[in-house]
Design a protein around this ligand. Structure first.
Ligand code: KG4
Ligand code: ZN
Length: 338
């Protein structure tokens, strides 16, 4: 049995500064410290994330969060930091803090792809262990910046098999939410407004019958804009429910198709939008008929967090496969390990 190690995770790629410590033997992942400074209120007044303000807010939060984390444990075996993709203003803050800490304490450093973090998030504090997961595995990654179907060959080996051709699902929720008068992020507000409301409005489900596994949400956003312009007295709950149904139907249909194509035994749904209860229920119903297991993260680990970044670094930390602190670069783009 592998001796458990402690990994310090740092996430600052968007609008959350998050620091966590995860204890793991590579099979079980337990959060022993986690704290996130959210910038939601700061950006809400602008209707979206302002990179310059995000960078400044990360600078203010990262030091105190790290100081608190370091008091919560006697020993850290590795430092994991999101190094791509994301807002460069935020990535730099996390990566430079991680590099400094690594250099000063002699603790090895591991750069993590943010999407690999989301993919590992269902294993955090889970009642299933990594070696109990059955492959083939498909991950539906649905966040504010990404809508992807990823074939997970094994943890650490990925192939993107479907992607959005324009907006991400979360971005679509947020932009339509803004049209409806909701502050950023609109996703959770639309989800709340839709509870027990009928889907009375027929909105498009772009590319749903298209053979590829790609998504497109720009047409839905435009249709929503015209509908609201032409029907200003639309009941908000019915509109929210109809928008949510259009997004959920599209996500479920493509995921179902991908799972059948790849003979998947397991599907992970991860990222901020995976907190949506209607999406979780619809995916479960669609996949369980085919004997495919759906696994989602705890609600607190759907949106960006540092614990998932620590999880994604575990494999490499246990193999002692480290990045040299001085060669790790924060990059605004990047590809998953393949
Ligand atoms: O993963 P995340 O925290 O950040 C990115 O990496 O983008 O995802 C944030 C996204 C936002 O677009 C937000 O509106 C969406 O997740 N979201 C939701 C819900 N909770 C968060 N969308 C729909 N329903 C929800 N309950
Ligand atoms: Zn994310």
């Amino acid at each position: 049995m592998t001796h458990p190690i402690h990994i310090l995770g740092i996430e600052s790629s968007c609008d959350d500064t998050s620091v966590a410590i995860v204890k793991t033997d590579g099979n079980v992942f337990e959060t022993i410290f986690e704290k996130t400074a959210s910038q939601t209120d700061l950006h809400a007044q602008y209707g979206g994330v302002i990179p310059e303000l995000a960078g400044r807010a990360h600078c203010e939060s990262i030091g105190p969060l790290l100081a608190e984390a370091l008091q919560a444990t006697e020993h850290i075996d590795a430092i994991a930091v999101t190094c791509m993709p994301g807002l460069i203003t935020g990535l730099h803050v996390g990566v430079e803090a991680a590099k400094s800490l690594s250099y000063l304490t002699g603790t090895p450093l591991i750069g993590v792809h943010h999407i690999e973090g989301h993919i590992m998030s269902p294993l955090l504090n889970a009642n299933i262990t990594a070696d109990e997961i059955q492959f083939p595995l498909i991950a539906l990654v649905v966040s504010g910046g990404h809508t992807q179907l990823i074939h997970v060959r094994s943890f650490g080996s990925y192939e993107v098999i479907g992607d959005t051709r324009d907006d991400a699902a979360g971005e679509c929720f947020d932009k339509i939410g803004k049209m409806m008068g909701f502050a950023y992020p609109g996703g959770p507000k639309i989800s709340k407004a839709a509870v027990d409301q009928p889907q009375t409005i027929d909105l498009p489900r772009p590319m749903i019958h298209h053979d590829s596994l790609d998504f497109s949400f720009a047409g839905l956003k435009t249709a929503a804009r015209y509908y609201l312009r032409d029907t200003p007295d639309t009941p908000i709950g019915e509109f929210a429910s109809s928008v949510q149904a259009a997004i959920v139907d599209t996500l479920v249909s493509k995921t179902h198709r991908a799972a059948l194509q790849m003979n998947a035994k397991t599907v992970f749904v991860v990222g901020g939008v995976s907190a949506n209860p209607t999406l979780r229920t619809a995916l479960t119903q669609s996949l369980e008929k085919k004997g495919i297991m759906l696994i989602a993260p705890e609600l607190s680990h759907c949106t960006d967090n540092a614990a998932m970044i620590a999880c994604a670094a575990a494999r490499r930390a246990l193999k002692q496969d480290y990045d040299a602190w001085n060669t790790l670069a924060a990059s605004p783009s990047g590809t998953l390990p393949s």
